[in-house]
Write a protein that binds this ligand. Structure first.
Ligand code: LHQ
Length: 261
């Protein structure tokens, strides 16, 4: 079986790299399935504190692998796109968002269509200076999927999201930063190293506090203020029962750096 997702561990950071570089890591059903398995393994591995999602070669991900749909489509066969999304994309997006660990997209090159959605679904995004971001779906008369219609308007306003989606404009790394699509832009020359160093900052923080923060932020996206206040109270109780909380306060009192579990 071709390994379509490569996995590497360093300093608590698991890097998952999409591995179909000849097609700019386009998403086939098999690639999506291997990605889901790799995300679930990362979620369940206590040694993994942060996950980085990136791509091999010059692309991050060019969206749906069009060679997979072209044959039947051009022969006039109906395609079950709805089933395709539910089976292949939805579990991946939910695995990223539901994981109790920071997931960082390291967008090393072009992120197009569902590839851009994949990046938007991550908790944080860093971009290579050479990367391009494009909501490319309307170029083939499709609508944005894999969560883009939900994530993008949370990062930019409705009008800008609709404009990017309708016109399929290519957004440069600098524009992506200005729009708030990514948190950092790193030079293409040593992008992987800088993305790793960025991820290690999160790996060095108290893991449970970050996990519960992610849970609270996720819930806040769809909830009310009252619900957020109630959830904060519940999750703060959990955080407060951790050894890390005790260590954090003790380290403060002793005027030293904390040593997280
Ligand atoms: C590709 C792909 C690709 C296969 C580059 N597939 N080979 C859709 C349908 C069904 C179900 C569910 O959801 C969806 C959602 C979607 O994601 S729709 C959007 C699908 N993606 C696209 O329409 C993007 C198509 N690709 C492009 O427009 C360009 O390749 C971009 C703008 C991404 C990059 O352009 P360049 O940097 O100029 O690279 P290139 O076009 O030369 O591509 C390099 C190779 O990768 C090339 O193969 P070749 O054999 O000629 O070297 C491409 O055919 C292949 N490739 N994207 N999605």
């Amino acid at each position: 079986m071709t390994q379509l997702v490569l996995s590497r561990d360093q300093a608590g950071v698991r890097t998952l790299s999409l591995n179909n570089p000849e097609r700019l890591n386009a998403l086939s059903g098999e690639l999506a399935s291997q990605l889901l398995t790799a995300l679930q393994a990362a979620a369940n591995d206590i040694a993994v504190r942060v996950v980085v999602l990136t791509g091999e070669g010059r692309g991050f991900c060019a969206g749906q692998d069009l060679t997979e749909v072209a044959g039947p489509l051009l022969q006039g066969q109906g395609l079950d796109l709805s089933g395709h999304l539910t089976r292949h994309y939805q579990p991946v997006i939910e695995a990223i968002r539901g994981m109790d660990k920071p997931v960082i997209a390291a967008v090393n090159g072009v992120a197009a269509g569902a590839g851009a959605s994949l990046a938007l679904a991550c908790d944080l995004r860093v971009s290579s200076s050479e990367a391009q971001w494009v909501q490319i779906f309307s170029n083939i008369a499709l609508i944005p999927d894999a969560g883009s219609t939900w994530f993008l308007p949370q990062l930019v306003d409705f009008g800008r999201a609709f404009e990017l989606m309708s016109l399929a404009e290519k957004v440069s790394a600098q524009q992506a930063l200005e729009l708030g699509l990514c948190q950092q832009v790193f030079s293409a020359d040593n992008f992987a190293e800088q993305a790793q160093a960025y991820a290690e900052q999160f790996a060095a923080r108290p893991a449970l506090a970050l996990a519960l923060t992610k849970r609270a932020l996720n819930a806040a996206m769809t909830g009310t203020l009252s619900e957020s206040l109630a959830l904060e109270a519940e999750l703060q109780q959990q955080a407060g029962e951790s050894a890390d909380f005790r260590e954090g306060v003790q380290a403060f009192m002793e005027k030293r750096s904390p040593r997280w579990r």
